[in-house]
Design a protein around this ligand. Structure first.
Ligand code: K1U
Ligand code: ZN
Length: 170
């Protein structure tokens, strides 16, 4: 089921999300719905708060060509970050059509719980590393615009307020 994606500003996008205590059919359904919603958008990642669920669940697929590689990560944690940084022009499905360069660690080691209840670990690089950090930020109530200066952030927020007013009128 495709779920509606919240648009910034929304208080649910600013909350610290709750850890998932155990993998249940409800969590598996949430992850499946999030993947469907992400592919439909389309996007390369999605975090549960973006569909109004304040739980620590993210999904990703950064394969642009070739076989898809859908991933669902429950309670993801960055356990190591490289000193090397990389800059990427990020977007966000909760901030449509706005892009800005963000500098983050180029590689990260992440630990999470899979949908089978097993602990998993993987080192991410390139776009995967950027995306997993962007999605984990969502779980901590942080958006990519929080890395920008106040003027740029305010300009984007005003555009989003206008977009929401227009969508509400349509
Ligand atoms: O979390 C989100 O809002 C999803 C976001 C993830 C992301 C994008 C870029 C850098 C870091 C994280 C998106 O997927 S925005 C859409 C997007 O990047 C895209 C859409 C279609 C094809 C390829 C990329
Ligand atoms: Zn986002």
């Amino acid at each position: 089921m495709i779920r509606p994606i919240l648009i910034h500003p929304d208080p649910r996008l600013k909350k610290l999300c709750d850890p998932v205590a155990e993998i249940t059919p409800e969590i598996q359904r949430l992850a499946a719905d999030m993947l469907e919603t992400m592919y439909d958008a389309p996007g390369i990642g999605l975090a549960a708060p973006q569909v109004g669920v304040t739980k620590r669940v993210i999904v990703m697929d950064c394969i642009k060509e070739g076989d898809p590689e859908p991933m669902a990560l429950v309670n993801p944690e960055v356990i190591w970050s490289s000193e090397d940084l990389s800059t990427y022009e990020e977007g966000c499905l909760s901030i449509p059509d706005q892009y800005a360069e963000v500098k983050r660690p180029a590689e990260v080691q992440v630990r999470w719980l899979g949908l089978d209840g097993q602990v998993q670990e993987r080192q991410f690089a390139g776009l995967w590393a950027t995306c997993v950090q962007h999605e984990i930020d969502h779980l901590d109530g942080k958006l990519f615009i929080d890395y920008l200066g106040p003027l740029k952030r305010q300009m984007i927020t005003r555009k989003m307020e206008k977009l929401k007013r227009e969508r509400a009128r349509a």
